[in-house]
Design a protein around this ligand. Structure first.
Ligand SMILES: [Zn+2]
Ligand SMILES: [Zn+2]
Length: 297
């Protein structure tokens, strides 16, 4: 299996801690200040509590898989390779006869088509999408599925907590108007504290919800157009400079959208796409480099 190297990126560590803190804070507020006061003694308390915690568990499971999985690092050569005959990356055919393979001058190795060097990971990553500080890892060929699932469950948790907070707030205002306010004795948390928690959780949910929705959309577009953000940028630059366009313009075989989605999410049932399960690589006998046509849907 792939070797996991801890990426010593301060920004990545801060984002990881912030992610865990946000998840546990949301759970604390939902249980302590939303479900217990508003739904205490009702079956809805258990039901909402269970569903919300299952979503958070799946979110954390997908996040862990995205953090600790190998995104598709190109192995470093065991012995030094002599690159003296290679002038630049325009050499698209190396001695292995693999079209599209290029040379990374930083890793000093050959890399398959669509692999790019990540400055944070200091390695080349196959079908690199971007380096994400929220998972302190690259999003690449082997962990993109877990990253998208993490976005999906974060979006769901944000929507769910927004709905729960709004309904609890409405219930609180109504019960105060109807004169149930005297139920709150000295041991109850103060009204201002509760409202402060509601506002913080609402702001957190809206910020994270909108953020993951935008990235989720971008991820799906990049899958179904078969073009990573790095390739989109390169192709755009090549269009602006047509003279050098024929050298590095990336073109891929037209594949059906469902085949492209299956390359990322696996060949199992669509239901399996929702869970952070290990799926077999796109082609039997090892990892495919996306240059290999793969139409078996
Ligand atoms: Zn590299
Ligand atoms: Zn990286």
């Amino acid at each position: 299996m792939a070797s996991f190297r801890c990426r010593r990126d301060p920004c990545g560590f801060i984002c990881l801690i912030l992610t865990y803190f946000s998840v546990f804070y949301a759970d604390y507020v939902v249980i302590q200040y939303v479900l217990i006061p508003a739904y205490s003694g009702s079956v809805w308390c258990t039901l909402h509590g269970s569903i919300f915690n299952i979503i958070l568990l799946l979110l954390l499971a997908c996040h862990s898989k995205a953090v600790f999985s190998d995104p598709g690092m190109v192995p470093l050569p065991e012995t030094a390779i002599d690159f003296s005959d290679l002038r630049s990356q325009s050499n698209r055919m190396n001695d292995r006869g693999c079209e599209g393979w290029t040379v990374c001058s930083r890793c000093e190795t050959y890399r398959p088509p669509r692999a790019h060097h990540c400055r944070v990971c200091q390695r080349c990553i196959r079908r690199m999408d971007h380096h994400c500080p929220w998972i302190n890892n690259c999003v690449g060929e082997l962990n993109q599925k877990y990253f998208i699932q993490f976005l999906f469950y974060t979006g769901m948790a944000s929507l769910y907590s927004m709905a729960l907070v709004v309904s609890a707030w409405v219930w609180r205002i109504r019960s105060e108007r109807e004169g149930d306010g005297e139920k709150e004795g000295d041991e109850s948390p103060s009204k201002h504290l509760i409202v402060a928690h509601y506002i913080i959780l609402l702001v957190e949910s809206i910020l994270f919800g909108v953020f993951v929705l935008v990235i989720f959309y971008d991820q799906l577009v990049s899958i179904i157009t078969d073009e990573t953000p790095i390739e989109q940028m390169k192709n755009r630059l090549m269009k602006d400079r047509p003279s050098s366009g024929q050298l590095t313009h990336t073109t891929h075989t037209r594949k059906p959208k469902i085949a492209l989605l299956r390359e990322v999410f696996g060949r199992g049932s669509v239901l399996c796409w929702l869970f952070p399960l290990h799926s077999s690589p796109p082609s039997a006998g090892g990892i495919s480099y996306s240059a290999v046509p793969d139409y078996d849907v």
